[in-house]
Design a protein around this ligand. Structure first.
Ligand code: ZN
Length: 76
């Protein structure tokens, strides 16, 4: 689910905005965490898959459960 263009995202019926700079465009990556990485993030109980949103402006990363996230591009 890697995208070559910026996306905006909705999670829990709220548009995701960057924690740091407040804007709403992200690069999206889908990652599968190793069990040690899952332990590091404290998410052992959840799926090892995660959706990573990287702010296009400041680079802040946000981590979501893939099933909880809807992604939109400027063309969709
Ligand atoms: Zn940002």
């Amino acid at each position: 689910m890697a995208t070559s263009e910026p996306v905006w995202a909705v999670a829990g019926e709220r548009t995701v905005t960057c924690d740091h700079c407040g804007q709403g465009w992200f690069w999206s990556r889908h990652v599968v965490m190793s069990s040690s990485t899952a332990t590091m993030f404290g998410v052992d109980a959840f799926s090892p898959e995660a959706a990573v949103l990287s702010c296009t402006s400041c680079g802040r990363l946000a981590l979501f459960e893939p099933r909880a996230l809807q992604l939109f591009t400027s063309t969709s």
